[in-house]
Design a protein around this ligand. Structure first.
Ligand SMILES: [Zn+2]
Length: 154
């Protein structure tokens, strides 16, 4: 940290306002879901995936690859909520495989290209909690578009 006026995230590029970080924005979104689970939890899986895809070092290489496939599956198949629940269970299962989904010193996910994301977790927070569900869908779709346009894996 160089104490610059508007620090930004080295991974997703979001500008950190007022001592916030992407992690604190992420917690803010989880808090909004917790406040209004009936309407907001339906995009939980998209929110968590979007956050992690923009911070790929949180994943192992294989974890990142699986997460990209999962986002595709969610977005390209116009999945009903009941179906998403089933798929989410499957995504939980893949965490138990022999390889680790989490980034570690041995394996950390990254993209080949430096990516300029059109939308980040900071934008979802800035749009406010009333817009939460709509913004998360938009965020996930924007990530899917970017990843579809580039060759994204090492
Ligand atoms: Zn970030």
């Amino acid at each position: 940290m160089q104490g610059e006026k508007h620090p930004h995230c080295p991974q997703c590029g979001a500008v950190w306002q007022a001592d916030q970080t992407c992690e604190s924005y992420f917690h803010q979104l989880q808090f909004w879901e917790f406040e209004e689970p009936k309407t907001r939890f339906e995009v939980h899986h998209l929110m968590v995936l979007s956050y992690h895809l923009q911070h790929p070092a949180l994943y192992s290489e294989e974890g990142l690859h699986q997460a990209i496939l999962l986002l595709r599956e969610f977005l390209e198949q116009g999945t009903a909520t009941s179906e998403i629940r089933k798929r989410s269970h499957r995504s939980v299962n893949f965490r138990q495989r022999s390889w680790s989904i989490r980034g570690s010193a041995l394996s950390r996910g990254s993209y080949d290209h430096e990516i300029t994301w059109p939308m980040t977790v900071a934008d979802v927070v800035a749009a406010g909690e009333e817009a939460y569900v709509e913004q998360v869908r938009k965020w996930a779709a924007s990530i899917h578009t970017v990843l579809s346009e580039i060759k994204f894996l090492n």
